[in-house]
Design a protein around this ligand. Structure first.
Ligand SMILES: CC(C)(COP(=O)([O-])OP(=O)([O-])OC[C@H]1O[C@@H](n2cnc3c(N)ncnc32)[C@H](O)[C@@H]1OP(=O)([O-])[O-])[C@@H](O)C(=O)NCCC(=O)NCCSC(=O)C[C@@](C)(O)CC(=O)[O-]
Length: 329
């Protein structure tokens, strides 16, 4: 696709998409070879940035225990950024030792949720992010912050804007210039998202703001448009729409991340350039489904694009609609 991408897609299948398998034992966890195959397919689809793993405690998320090997064996794609989630300094040290050059540091804005997620208070987690940024400066790595529950927390209710802005200010003081805010439970609404994004982008125009939307109540695409219209530029998505948090199973959490293919299709239809090849992403999502043994959630995988549906409809143009044929009897 020509032109400078207006929306940057960050693919999180290989980290967020796999982590909920801690609960879903009937899924097949991709082997390292299979992960590398998917990474290659997604990079070749033109996705500019992929979160390929997480340097978390291997006992907490065993699906990511091969993090170092995945990073060491990444395909040679000079135009693609490969990053890894790092929940603490230990994780960042492991990531850098494996050769990772972009570290996605983790925090959840809700004190209660953060403790469940990473066994740290917010204060302890903020200190870990400060240490990660220091390490990154020394190692010439880039750091972004991925922040959960920036809208609604299942335990603490609506997260106050002041609290979210205060956290972002702290990260800016550490030198971070990219922050992704998550609707971890997929229940925020477009007006809420628009107001929060505007509050952030109007205060820090220099910040690259990312959105990490889940889709429990089907509002993720609307939330993404609300965010785009208010200055967000990065959209974290998951081929096939898998994933979710580790603090509760998918059966409780509902649908996982917003599917990459649905977001790319929506942006294509809206004339927003992403540089991503939709067909190639659909192929990668289908291959993921085949590997893990669970159909994709992507609507565009099921129903096709408008152009495809239009062709199909033309083939039926002369067939009487059911209601009319009943009238003719
Ligand atoms: C954060 C920890 C590590 C704390 O785990 P902990 O047990 O509290 O860690 P600790 O600092 O007390 O250390 C205990 C032992 O673990 C080791 N250790 C310590 N850290 C590491 C590490 N990184 N890798 C490997 N080993 C580690 C450490 O070295 C020590 O070993 P020992 O000295 O006893 O032999 C753990 O709770 C953890 O791994 N949590 C996973 C967090 C996570 O990834 N959650 C899911 C992703 S969050 C998410 O999805 C949100 C997001 C971003 O997608 C947006 C959204 O939708 O909300």
């Amino acid at each position: 696709m020509a032109g400078t991408p207006q929306a940057r897609i960050v693919e999180v299948l290989l980290r967020d998409g796999l982590q909920t398998m801690v609960y879903e034992s009937e899924w097949h966890v991709p082997t390292t070879e299979e992960k590398l195959e998917l990474i290659e397919m997604l990079a070749d689809a033109g996705i500019p940035e992929l979160e390929v793993t997480g340097f978390v405690h291997p006992k907490v998320i065993p699906m990511l225990a091969d993090a170092s090997e995945v990073v060491q064996r990444l395909p040679d794609r000079p135009g693609t950024v490969f990053r890894a989630l790092v929940p603490n300094l230990r994780g960042a040290q492991r990531a850098v030792a494996a050769g990772c050059t972009k570290l996605s540091s983790l925090i959840v804005a809700s004190e209660t949720y953060n403790k469940k997620n990473s066994n740290m208070t917010l204060e302890q987690n903020i200190e870990q992010i400060r240490l990660i940024t220091e390490l990154a400066k020394a190692e010439k790595a880039v750091v972004n912050v991925s922040m959960g529950t920036c809208f609604l927390c299942p335990y603490e209710g609506e997260m106050p804007e002041k609290h979210i802005l205060g956290l972002i200010e702290t990260f800016m003081d550490f030198g971070v210039r990219e922050v992704s805010i998550a609707d971890s439970i997929g229940m925020a609404n477009p007006r809420m998202v628009a107001a929060r994004v505007k509050a952030i982008t109007s205060r820090w125009p220099e910040l690259e703001l990312g959105m990490h939307m889940h889709d429990r109540t089907g509002m993720a695409l609307a939330n993404i448009v609300a965010a785009l219209d208010n200055g967000a530029t990065i959209f974290e998505t998951c081929a096939g729409g898998y994933g979710g948090g580790i603090s509760m199973p998918v059966s409780v959490l509902g649908m996982g991340n917003v599917p990459t293919e649905d977001v790319v299709n929506m942006f294509d239809e809206m004339g927003v350039s992403t540089g991503v090849d939709l067909d190639a992403v659909r192929t990668a999502a289908n291959r993921t489904a085949e590997i893990i043994g669970l159909p994709t959630y992507g609507r565009v995988s099921k129903y096709g694009t408008y152009a495809e549906f239009h062709q199909e409809a033309l083939a039926h143009i002369d067939a009487p609609a059911r209601g009319n044929s009943a009238l003719q009897k």
